[in-house]
Ligand binder design. Sequence first.
Ligand code: PRP
Length: 207
Amino acid sequence: MNEQLTIAMPKGRIFTEAVELLRSAGFDLPPEFDDSRKLIIDVEEENFRFILAKPMDVATYVEHGVADLGIAGKDVLLEEERDVYELLDLKISGCYLAVAGLLDTKMNDVAPKIATKYPNIAAAYFREQGEQVEIIKLNGSIELAPLIGLADRIVDIVSTGRTLKENGLVEYETITNVTSRLIVNPVSYRIKDEQISELVKKLNEVI
Ligand code: PRP
């Protein structure tokens, strides 16, 4: 009998697309997936246990081995640099990371302020550009920062572009494209190699 696979899923906007992808790969996920507050969902027929985590935390569960696999945005993987392997680009939830701010504004000459949920990515980006900046870490609604004078620029995810537009902000530079990835704990990958390869094969057929 195969051992159970524990898969960490990101709650929020990636979740629906990830569930859709798993279903199209032939996995029979119960209706509980569509409307439930449960944080652990067992799917006995498939021998899967799903845990529902905040997107930023998925790679943490996988690194610690309490989840064998996870679905995580490339943004999170770049920001967190967790000790996990990236197995597949699932090509879902496409968006990108960009530098944005108020229209026609220059950054402050001395230590311009950058507000972001991604302090490591933002720091690395401006370091590469040779700009000394002060990073201000926020947890959401990043677009507020330039509007109320907290920061000169933001580094944030752009998906449809609506949030920027409706708040009168414009993009200055694109940093990198982002899609969701299937990640695996290195030890699980060795021990549960057969089941994981089977899952990867099925997913690969529908990506
Ligand atoms: C994300 C991101 C932007 C917005 C971009 O925020 O941080 O604010 O979505 O999407 P759009 O280009 O389609 O408008 P999220 O909704 O995850 O909430 P947050 O502000 O709490 O981070």
